[in-house]
Design a protein around this ligand. Structure first.
Ligand code: NAD
Length: 469
């Protein structure tokens, strides 16, 4: 394994939350950052945090942050130059980020979370429950670039996948006989994607991990946050909306403000399936669960402005969760989206399987290209304790983002697409198992692209073909 130099850090690191990602990232941070455990403070309401104190000697405060108490709780603990790492659920990312900007503290999260009730469709319009609206609210905090670095949504997806898209574009350019690209700006990347003929991009993930105890009736089982997954699965499905699309779906809505890079569907992501492809399994169905990368990548790769740009690919998540999570979603739908009474996180009890997480670039001269990480549970455990294949893809990217922010402490508010992809991928690479690309002749129409073009004259990469049912 590549030996990374330990990053010095003189400040204090406050970590919020110690669930599947918090547990997995702590040993990685201690491995790669030169930081005394006594300068790490874990704030978390669950007893699990005391394990961290016993095992790693970090400080622990058992507390749930709320809209009313977060200011008083964080103010004495975070000064300019300290780091706030937000790995919780139901704690507003926008509130914590604004606090850190005002205080001069560094910040990183893996998801744009609202306070409890923020996704509640009984109290809010569907539009207000979208990631588009949440992201818009956070990006409105951007002022001068010369403020403390705050990195938004830097896990695996969102996060790592933005870097995989850039690497995949570079590989594709070379394989299609273009000169080695040297993209220096957002426009250069968008130009490259257009030149290569990319019409659609899936964040295509297949999680096949399982434990010997199968899902029981009345429980939701998953390989990462059950609360987090139920929340996003019930949000409206969202996708970056490409310029090659010939018709807006009947249940689609546009947003009244902002870049217009994405649309949302008037149905939950957990009720919206899409055809996709991953290398280990081939053709599969995934859920079009909303994620901020669907919006940020689509926006980043746009040429032109407003509702009618010159170029933009369609971008969305196509998530095939582990078998027991699939059954859990089925039961959740039958319960009219009311959460099951019990939940179970698969971690130390996983006995097999892997997570394939990559980006599928479609519509170019070689049809479709998947580039990403295939990581087995055995590899994940041997690489870092307290991790599954799913969590290690996330925690490696968290660790890389934290180190990049420590090295670059005055860069303002940044999304993953704005970070240097090679530097981040180099830090993540030792933890991603097999990181490589695969070409495929798969299309959502179920036969090769040549056959489908000849048979129907239709464009196989229209969203109406990708959508199932
Ligand atoms: P989890 O549900 O396993 O753990 C959440 C943690 O937050 C728990 O320790 C819980 O006690 C704590 N918490 C809950 N309410 C809190 C409060 N009010 N104040 C402080 N702490 C509180 O979740 P996880 O799987 O560890 O995920 C953590 C975050 O990372 C979630 O927002 C999730 O959506 C996100 N995530 C992102 C990615 C990605 O790739 N970008 C992947 C997985 C998870």
């Amino acid at each position: 394994m590549l030996e990374l130099k330990r990053q010095p850090f003189a400040g204090r690191l406050v970590m919020i939350g110690y669930g599947s990602i918090g547990r997995g990232v702590l040993p990685l941070l201690l491995r790669h950052i030169d930081l005394e455990p006594s300068r790490i403070l874990l704030i978390c309401p669950s007893d699990a945090a005391f394990e961290a104190h016993q095992q790693f000697a970090v400080q622990v405060e058992q507390q749930a942050l709320t809209e009313d108490n977060f200011h008083a709780c964080l103010e004495p603990r975070l000064n300019a130059g300290d780091f706030l790492l937000n790995l919780s659920v139901q704690v507003s990312s926008q509130a914590l980020l604004a606090f850190c900007q005002a205080r001069g503290a560094l910040y990183l999260d893996t998801c744009t979370e609202p306070w409890p009730g923020g996704y509640d469709s009984d109290r809010q319009t569907p539009q207000a429950c979208t990631n588009y609206a949440l992201r818009h609210g956070i990006l409105a905090l951007r002022g001068s670039r010369d403020t403390a670095t705050s990195i938004l949504t830097h896990g695996a997806n969102p996060g790592l996948v933005s870097h995989l898209v850039k690497h995949a574009l570079e590989n594709l350019a070379v394989d299609l006989g273009h000169a080695q690209p040297a993209c220096a700006s957002r426009e250069d990347w968008a130009q490259l994607a257009q030149t290569l003929g990319i019409k659609a991009i899936h964040i295509a993930e297949y999680d096949s991990q399982f434990s010997s105890l199968r899902k029981q009736p009345g429980e939701f089982v998953n390989t990462w946050s059950v609360d987090g997954f139920i929340a996003e699965a019930c949000q409206p499905a969202e996708l970056g909306w490409g310029t090659h699309e010939s018709a807006l779906p009947a249940d689609a809505r546009r947003h009244p403000t902002g870049s217009q890079a994405a649309i949302y569907l008037q149905r939950p992501g957990a009720a919206t399936q899409v055809h996709t492809w991953t290398p280990g399994t081939g053709a599969t169905l995934g859920f079009l669960v909303t994620h901020s990368e669907s919006i940020s990548i689509a926006e980043y790769l746009t040429l032109g402005e407003g509702a009618h740009p010159h170029y933009r690919p369609t971008v969305h998540y196509a998530y095939r969760p582990c078998d027991d999570a699939l059954l859990s979603l089925h039961e959740l739908a039958a319960r009219h989206w009311q959460a099951q009474p019990r939940q179970r996180l698969l971690d130390d009890d996983i006995v097999g399987g892997r997570d394939e997480l990559g980006v599928l670039l479609m519509g170019h001269a070689k049809n479709a290209y998947w580039y990403g990480s295939t990581l087995t549970i055995e590899e994940a455990r041997s690489l870092c304790p307290h991790n599954s294949a799913t969590s290690l893809q996330v925690t490696a990217a968290v660790m890389a983002g934290v180190i990049w922010a420590m090295k670059n402490p005055r860069r303002g508010i940044l999304e993953p697409d704005e970070l240097p992809h090679r530097e981040i991928l180099q830090m993540c690479d030792p933890y991603l198992g097999e990181l490589r690309g695969f070409y495929t002749d798969w299309t959502p129409l179920g036969s090769t692209s040549e056959d489908t073009d000849n048979a129907t004259g239709d464009d196989p990469w229209q969203f109406r073909h990708v959508r199932f049912g």
